[in-house]
Design a protein around this ligand. Structure first.
Ligand SMILES: Cc1cc2nc3c(=O)[nH]c(=O)nc-3n(C[C@H](O)[C@H](O)[C@H](O)COP(=O)(O)OP(=O)(O)OC[C@H]3O[C@@H](n4cnc5c(N)ncnc54)[C@H](O)[C@@H]3O)c2cc1C
Length: 547
């Protein structure tokens, strides 16, 4: 998603420094003081935890300072800065809680040991892969004490071209996977998200939209095996050992509710040597509304080699639409196809560029021409420090008057954005119960709404979050209903939160049905089997249903 990866907002680093500036610094200091003050209460548990880890030493893990990070360490400080930057989280009362330590295991036995000690001492665990969770659930918790299991050291990628598969460590990013594939083959790729710094741990376990989903489905649809550790520290050596129910659940149902995925085995897909991309900017005119309106009816019906998404944003006070496309083939085929199916867009030869599949990833990130190694950059490039997002699925085209109502609201705040991504193709061929992700046939496209702001100020935050909720309210009549759909990877705690350890299935259904539809019950039953005591829990984890 270009809006976060690298969207071209006209803002320099210097401007960013000025806007956040002194206010951010004073808040950050206050924040550190708050954390430091609460530290004395948790240090006995931390000591017990460290002692538990060392008595059951399975490797050098427990002795190595570089693998367990206490509050005085560099990694820990980096995490506290991330938390402090995501100022919005303080409204959830998360920021007063800090992990008692961060573990960066290199092996499954080190994960196993961390889980066993956590369970023994009743310490919660947050598993972190790429750290992109929209509500910070991989490193924040409203329950204390907790540790963060950061999988940054578990990111080996083994490509098997003969089998056309890859085993990927759950701490790798999709950029690292794309890079490795591209180095190994010109005719293989993988259908996952567009932003390289997203981690495969969260992304695959929540679904995984990307520019090849109309051809090959979600990232999760292309996972063929996995390795996993449960709350009792049992290591599952693949799909056969974990059983089909659990394997089903972790491919779209959010693995954090069930345990820790350590490795995914994915099926690589064939890509043509030539891929064509185009970007067409439309300024705000009556025509823009008509073309977006038309796009709604045709985007999901085009041949599955063609993915055209629309990004609506406010550029200097004027609403604009950008059509960004990826076509698995050459320009010679794309132009006639567009002339036949979508002439309204007026696509011209000079708007298009042919490139390799991996360069199309760079193109979607506005990084064309840069070294491929930028795909390995794990750092999130937040052009704006704060944001709130929500999602919807659309089953019937929104009328032009409805679209105009959205454009009107886009004038009310700074940096609103809406990304519309078409389904259809392979997304329709997969049944709604085949994986936990139910939003298949019958849905034309997904919307991701996002609003960003730059000033670290509680009123600014409230203003933007309130605006987002108003827009969401306005959209209700135009989007899916009963229940209104949402996408887990665009996590939204507004949909509901588990209030207690033993949150009931009925209460959790409020938000669970939105993400998973009728699959939510099966997810809760899988949870009831694999983790009946609800050890792996968070503000939006699936509760155990024991029948
Ligand atoms: C800049 C940006 C771009 C994005 N682009 C896309 C996109 O193109 N398409 C799309 O579909 N989504 C996209 N997303 C959303 C993204 O897919 C989700 O936020 C995803 O969950 C992130 O995974 P992560 O591993 O980076 O995050 P994390 O924050 O590390 O994890 C997210 C969740 O998964 C859990 N988890 C992580 N690893 C494991 C594991 N090994 N075992 C069990 N649980 C685990 C965490 O505990 C947490 O609950 C984007 C998000 C951002 C911030």
């Amino acid at each position: 998603m270009l809006f976060l990866c690298n969207f071209k907002l006209k803002k320099t680093k210097a401007l960013k420094m000025r806007t956040v500036g002194a206010f951010a610094l004073s808040l950050f200091l206050l924040f550190l003081v708050k954390w430091a003050n609460s530290d004395s209460k948790v240090s006995p548990i931390r000591d017990q935890f460290l002692s538990c880890m060392s008595t059951h030493s399975v490797s050098t893990f427990m002795n190595s300072k570089s693998l367990i990070h206490e509050p005085d360490s560099r990694l820990y400080t980096d995490l506290s800065q991330t938390v402090s930057q995501n100022y919005r989280f303080s409204s959830l009362n998360f920021s007063s809680q800090k992990p008692i330590l961060i573990a960066t295991p290199r092996t499954e036995s080190e994960i196993q040991r961390s889980l066993l000690c956590s369970k023994k001492l009743d310490v919660q665990v947050r598993t972190k892969s790429g750290g992109h969770d929209y509500e910070g659930l991989s490193y924040l918790s409203s329950q204390s004490p907790f540790i963060v299991l950061d999988l940054i050291n578990l990111r080996s990628i083994d490509i098997n071209l003969r089998e056309e598969t890859a085993w990927v460590g759950a701490g790798a990013t999709i950029g690292e996977l794309y890079y490795k594939i591209a180095k190994a083959s010109k005719i293989h790729g993988f259908p996952a998200g567009t932003c390289p710094s997203v981690g495969v741990g969260g992304h695959f376990s929540g679904g995984g939209f990307g520019a090849m989903m109309r051809k090959h489905g979600l990232a999760a649809d292309n996972v063929v095996d996995a390795r996993f550790v449960d709350a009792n520290g049992r290591i599952y050596n693949g799909r056969r050992e974990m059983g089909e129910d659990l394997f089903w659940a972790i491919r779209g149902g959010g693995a954090a509710s069930f345990g820790v995925v350590t490795f995914w085995k994915v099926k690589l897909v064939r890509v043509p040597e030539k891929v064509t991309c185009f970007t067409r900017y439309l300024p705000f005119t009556q025509n823009m509304t008509k073309i977006v309106h038309r796009w709604q009816s045709i985007a999901a019906t085009l041949g599955d080699n063609l993915f055209i998404r629309v990004i609506i944003y406010n550029s200097g006070g004027s609403v604009q639409a950008t059509f960004q496309a990826n076509y698995l083939g050459g320009i010679d085929k794309l132009i006639p196809l567009m002339n036949e199916k979508f002439p309204e867009l007026g696509l011209r030869f000079q708007d298009c560029s042919e490139m390799s599949w991996v360069d199309s990833i760079m193109y979607f990130n506005w990084k064309s021409g840069q070294p491929l190694e930028t795909l390995l950059d794990r750092e999130q490039r937040y052009n704006d420090l704060y944001f709130k997002a929500k999602s919807d699925f659309v089953k019937n085209p929104i009328p032009e008057t409805g679209l105009e109502g959205i454009w009107k609201r886009f004038h009310e705040v700074e940096s609103p954005m809406m990304i519309m991504e078409p389904l259809g193709g392979r997304m329709y061929e997969i049944g709604e119960t085949e994986t936990p992700f139910p939003h298949r046939r019958g849905n034309l496209y997904n919307i991701q709404y996002m609003v960003k702001w730059r000033v670290k100020d509680i009123e600014e935050m409230e203003k933007h979050v309130r605006w987002m909720r108003f827009l969401y309210g306005y959209m209700r009549v135009y989007v899916s209903g009963s229940p209104r759909g949402a996408y887990l990877n665009y996590r939204d705690l507004d949909l509901g939160m588990n209030k207690a350890i033993n949150c009931s299935f009925e209460d959790a259904s409020l938000w669970g049905m939105r993400y998973f539809g009728s699959n939510f019950k099966r997810l809760a039953m899988v949870k009831g089997k694999i983790d009946p005591t609800n050890f792996f829990r968070n503000e939006q984890s699936v509760p155990p249903l024991i029948v």
